[in-house]
Design a protein around this ligand. Structure first.
Ligand SMILES: [Zn+2]
Length: 465
């Protein structure tokens, strides 16, 4: 599978450092408000990359951070009030209550959109120690300096590759900062905080070798990605707005600390716009998952809507397009119900569709191609209905559209079937194909269609009525 790497600006083959095992880090939510569909489109990207890699037989380990210590609206001033603290004051909740409330909310919204949970969700507030350690390492290696109020800044001029991700040069950055108020203690206006001294009234603060304070925003992702995935890992994802400064600074921190590249491929999700405007709280056009539900739309329809645009392109959200996507997913589910499954193998035409599906995924996760392929498959007379069913049921491991919902409605495998399926998956895991075939025959004799999917054995009645 090839993905577009934002750093080299080229397609790169995913070749995991540990063969067969892909380690991936995704920048997660800042939990002081609800995630909007623009945020969730970025989170869906890691889910789709993971599902596509699993379809190709890779194991994928996924870490997503939870930013539960607010980052400053103005990096240069210690007095600026951060967003987390504003939310606490607005809602009358303690810091951990705010974080808890919105962490639960964002995970539930992600569930509703079929975004599978990461293996780990490390919280910034639980990794202050690691961030302090990393900051100390950067000071020792000459990449950071302490100023008299107890803040620590990264010295951007000390890191040769600064700007390589975003294309920002230090001169351009100096120019860009000219009209902004900046801490006069900084050596270069683009120097960013690794640790900030706690100003008066600051609720979330921790002791450090430089006095009470709190971490800068970027350091958490360096500290937590390397803690859980090591000093070299395969894929790092995030929204395109994180390229600068967040990911540029993460590269400077991580590579500055370990002395070599850490991430093999940087993947960024494009912006979501609404009727031409960026979706943001400041423009007042925020759409939440609950807004979809209130309009009677299936949140999974938003997946289909997203599939129509290449993940790294800007995408426009309109309610008409959302409604059409919702209708299309429901229609596909109805079609699935009419396509009677059978136990036969795929014919040559269906095999061709399967090959094209894999090719589209491997080509930088080209989901617009998959949408076209599904529309084509839906109508073609070359593939019999039962084979269409088998293809779409298997592809749904990547698509996550719950395409079998109608066909399977009102039917659940019995306890006996479930234990046979589990037994068969275990036999397959141990490459005991004789047992796995025997169990398949048992299930078939019970009147079931048996399908092998990346998630193991699936069954459905051969006569769904
Ligand atoms: Zn991050």
């Amino acid at each position: 599978m090839r993905l577009y790497d934002s750093l080299t600006r080229e397609l790169q083959e995913v070749t995991p450092i540990t063969p067969g095992h892909v380690a991936m880090y995704a920048c997660g939510p800042t939990v002081y408000r609800y995630a909007h569909l623009g945020n969730l489109r970025s989170f869906m990207l890691y889910d789709l990359i993971r599902r596509a890699l699993q379809y190709e037989g890779f194991e994928v380990e996924e870490v997503m951070n939870i930013t539960d210590v607010g980052h400053m609206t103005d990096e240069s001033s210690t007095e600026a009030v951060d967003k987390m603290q504003l939310a606490m004051e607005d809602e009358g909740l303690a810091p951990l209550e705010i974080a808890e409330k919105y962490t639960t909310a964002v995970l539930e919204d992600a569930d509703a959109l079929g975004i599978r949970r990461a293996d780990r969700y490390p919280k910034a507030t639980e990794h202050i120690h690691e961030m302090i350690d990393l900051t100390e390492t950067l000071i020792e290696r000459g990449h950071a300096y302490v100023v008299d109020n107890g803040s620590v800044y990264y010295d951007v001029a000390s890191f040769q590759g600064y700007g390589k991700l975003s294309g920002n040069t230090l001169d351009k950055l100096r120019e860009g900062h000219r009209d902004l108020e900046t801490d006069p203690r900084k050596r270069h206006p683009a120097d960013f905080a690794l640790w900030k001294a706690a100003g008066p009234g600051r609720l979330m603060k921790w002791p450090s070798p430089w006095g009470d304070g709190f971490p800068g925003w970027h350091i958490e992702c360096s500290a937590m990605s390397m803690k859980y995935l090591g000093e070299r890992f395969d894929i790092h994802t995030g929204g395109t707005d994180l390229r600068f400064p967040h990911h540029e600074d993460e590269i400077a921190q991580s590579e500055g600390a370990v002395g070599h590249p850490v991430v093999s491929i940087w993947v960024h999700a494009g912006h979501l716009r609404q009727s031409g405007q960026k979706i943001a709280k400041s423009t007042g056009n925020v759409v939440l998952v609950r807004d979809l539900v209130e309009r009677g739309l299936d949140p999974l329809g938003f997946r289909w809507l997203c599939f129509q645009t290449q993940y790294r392109s800007e995408m426009d959200f309109t309610w008409d397009a959302m409604a059409a996507a919702d209708q299309r997913v429901r229609q596909l589910r109805r079609h699935m119900k009419t396509w009677a499954p059978s136990a036969s193998a795929l014919g040559a035409a269906a095999e061709g569709y399967e090959r094209r599906f894999r090719e589209a995924l491997a080509n930088d996760l080209h989901l617009p191609g998959v949408v076209a392929l599904i529309n084509d498959l839906d109508h073609t007379a070359d593939v019999p209905g039962d084979e269409k069913y088998r293809l779409l049921a298997a592809w749904d491991a990547v698509l996550g559209l719950d395409l079998e919902r109608e066909a399977m409605s009102g039917w659940e495998p019995t306890e006996e079937m479930r234990s046979l399926m589990a037994e068969r998956d275990e036999a397959r895991g141990q490459k005991d194909y004789a047992s796995s075939d025997r169990i398949r025959d048992q299930l078939t004799a019970m009147g079931l269609e048996v399908m092998d999917t990346p998630e193991g054995t699936r069954v459905r009645p051969r006569d769904p009525s």
